[in-house]
Design a protein around this ligand. Structure first.
Ligand SMILES: Nc1nc2c(ncn2[C@@H]2O[C@H](COP(=O)(O)OP(=O)(O)OP(=O)(O)O)[C@@H](O)[C@H]2O)c(=O)[nH]1
Ligand SMILES: [Mg+2]
Length: 355
């Protein structure tokens, strides 16, 4: 899974990137480059997998998140393709918003005003999609003149509806696509169709003011509030000192983004994990909530999906208790599930398939 971090200059993007990835990229008050970006792949921490792997004496292979930290925002620029591409590649977008006061660091849109920046960025994302749709419509119009095709006509109608939808100011994520339409639009990688996480980067004085803007979930949109700089400092400290400083800053209830971000974004994006036990490793896989065993098999290998016979399935805790597949079978707690079985968070699955 790819998550792309973006936002106005000096909002604290790289600081967040460093916190989430353990990297030490330079954070600075001054130089800004819009064409450079950082990339890091990190494990999705999962206590369940840690326990399973330990019990069965296998190395754990965690699911992965690739974080991309873009340079400052470059929507309007003529040469913004690299930047837009980093956004298009993402499975989810992470918008970092200036919420701290520091007279030495100017804020590009003017006043520090998170709600303003949130709205402005949402408009930018829709504007990018709007342009892609307009371009596509022009193209389709020309093609339709040349070739009579129901497919092209259907796409033209869909694009026209999407354009009208955007004109009303609604992001595409709120559009109710039919399954067929989803296939048509997949290649466009529309930005307003992606889950979007707004992260307000506050300081100890502004944190309290912005908490009320926090919102776990609204149509695949979420807003989190955190204090990048303070969190960075606090994480350097021993547990005990940490609490003391937290109290001093008035941040007793502070939720560490480093610890909570993945869980929060999985919930927002409706993602769950299932596990497989191989000869050499115990492995976590990420899929959308509500997806079936057939799709899950496809995550692992197309051969497994195509030859799918059944998924021998058990909740991870029961699996630990039973001590393995054969023991679970003996105890009668191993379930034989078919293609249509909706995978649950924490399932351990052994796929049977025709080779
Ligand atoms: N006072 C204060 N400074 C902060 C806070 N968060 C970030 N900064 C400072 O803001 C500056 C920019 O931080 P970065 O993480 O580099 O921001 P960025 O968004 O990656 O910046 P660009 O990539 O250059 O656009 C650094 O000097 C940080 O120390 C904060 O909460 N309070
Ligand atoms: Mg940066």
């Amino acid at each position: 899974m790819i998550l792309t971090i973006f936002g106005y200059p000096k909002a604290g993007k790289t600081l967040l990137f460093n916190l989430l990835t353990g990297k030490k990229e330079e954070v600075s008050k001054f130089s800004t480059s819009t064409h450079e970006y950082h990339k890091a792949v990190v494990d999705v921490p999962d206590e369940r997998l840690t326990r399973l792997a330990k019990h069965f004496d296998l190395p754990p292979v965690y699911a992965k998140i690739e974080y991309l930290d873009t340079g400052a925002i470059a929507f309007g620029e003529s040469k913004n393709e690299t930047f837009i591409d980093l956004l298009r590649r993402a499975d989810g977008l992470v918008h970092v918003i200036r919420g701290f006061e520091d007279p030495e660091i100017p804020h590009f849109p003017g006043e520090v005003d998170p709600m303003h920046d949130i709205r402005a960025i949402e408009e930018e994302l829709k504007a990018v999609d709007f342009l892609s749709i307009e371009k596509r419509l022009e193209r389709l119009q020309a093609d339709i003149k040349k070739i009579k095709s129901k497919e092209l006509q259907d796409e033209f109608e869909l694009m026209t509806r999407l354009k009208a939808f955007l004109e009303e100011g609604t992001p595409l994520i709120e559009f109710e696509f039919k399954a067929k339409e989803e296939i048509v639009i997949r290649g466009f990688k529309f930005l307003s169709l992606k889950p979007l996480i707004h992260i307000i980067n506050a300081d100890e004085n502004t944190y309290g003011n912005y908490l009320s803007l926090g919102d776990e979930k609204k149509q695949n949109r979420a807003t989190f509030v955190f204090c990048a700089k303070i969190e960075d400092e606090l994480l350097e400290l021993e547990e005990e000192d940490r609490h003391m400083f937290q109290e001093e800053y008035g941040l007793n209830e502070y939720e560490y983004m480093k610890e909570n971000f993945v869980g929060k974004s999985y919930r927002l994006m409706n993602l769950i994990s299932f596990f497989t036990m191989g000869k050499k490793e115990f492995k976590a896989w990420t899929i959308n909530n509500n997806e079936n065993a057939h799709t899950a098999a496809g995550k692992i290998h197309t051969d497994i999906q195509e030859g799918f016979i059944r998924g021998e399935t058990i909740n991870w805790k029961d699996f630990l208790e039973a001590g393995g597949f054969s023991q679970a079978k003996e105890k009668g707690v191993l379930r034989l599930e078919g293609k249509e079985y909706i995978v649950r968070d924490g399932d351990v699955i052994q796929f049977r398939f025709n080779k």
